[in-house]
Write a protein that binds this ligand. Structure first.
Ligand code: ADP
Ligand code: MG
Length: 232
């Protein structure tokens, strides 16, 4: 760049500004890359990789979220739908958006979150752990509903949701409609209180259709989901 500046006869100030700008954008990019690596995504999936023809109705809602504005308002995103419809893909892609916007992100399954919270609780440091997690602009909870929670686990999960309410964003994915969450949390009242906090400021997207994984394999849907209602 020094040669370029000399040849073009840049002033020292212009040269300095250009060098600093390059430095800042390199640092932002490497910061984003570090946040993406630290987030623990199961695979790197982006909005650019997503085939919108498979989920045409989600396109507009996701486009609104892609600006990252939802993170500044501590808004949540809930992705519902049957297996293979792109919930984890979109949750990851929004997580990458968040990392690129300068937010720290953590991704884990609901079961993993419960394990982490249970460990913290046993060690008497749950409040500190919740406070630490509040410094993350985005926490992603994948696969709510794959396994039902014990009552203690449900209560810990409720505390995670409460501690982030109106403070920092959550993205949750589930193969169950909200009406099925009572069974997951073992208690309709706990589930209702939790859903209330989650959806008060949230975009709820319901993905539809057959599994993208099974596309073109002559299998239209999985036997286990054929009788299940789509998420409400
Ligand atoms: P879910 O979490 O809903 O079960 P995933 O997000 O894990 O589904 O999607 C299953 C696989 O199919 C992943 O490899 C994902 O990247 C891919 N996939 C799903 N939907 C789409 C889509 N619309 N466009 C591109 N890839 C998709
Ligand atoms: Mg998934």
């Amino acid at each position: 760049m020094a040669d370029q500046a000399r040849d073009a006869g840049w002033s020292f100030e212009d040269y300095l500004a250009a060098v600093l700008e390059r430095e800042v954008s390199a640092r932002n990019a490497s910061g984003a890359e570090q946040r993406i690596k630290a987030a623990g995504f199961p695979a790197r999936k982006t909005l650019e990789d997503f085939d919108w023809d498979a989920q045409p109705t989600a396109r507009q809602q996701i486009a609104g979220l892609a600006s990252g504005g939802f993170l500044l308002e501590a808004q949540n995103v809930v992705l519902l739908g049957p297996p293979g419809t792109g919930k984890t893909h979109l949750a990851t892609a929004l997580g990458i958006v968040a990392a690129r916007h300068g937010h720290r992100v953590l991704f884990a399954t609901a079961t993993d979150w419960v394990t982490r919270l249970t460990d913290a609780h046993r060690q008497g440091r749950l409040p500190q752990e919740l406070a630490r997690l509040r410094r993350y602009g985005l926490i992603i909870v994948d696969e709510v509903g794959y396994l039902p929670f014990e009552q203690d686990a449900a209560n810990l999960f409720f505390q995670l949701v409460s501690s982030r309410y109106e403070h920092a964003s959550l993205i949750l994915t589930s193969n169950l409609p909200f009406s099925g969450w009572g069974g997951v949390f073992g208690d309709q009242a706990v589930a209702a209180a939790m859903i209330d906090r989650i959806v008060h400021h949230a975009d709820v997207l319901t993905l539809k259709g057959a599994s993208y994984r099974l596309r073109g394999r002559g299998i239209d849907s999985l036997p286990s989901i054929r009788t299940q209602d789509p998420a409400d």
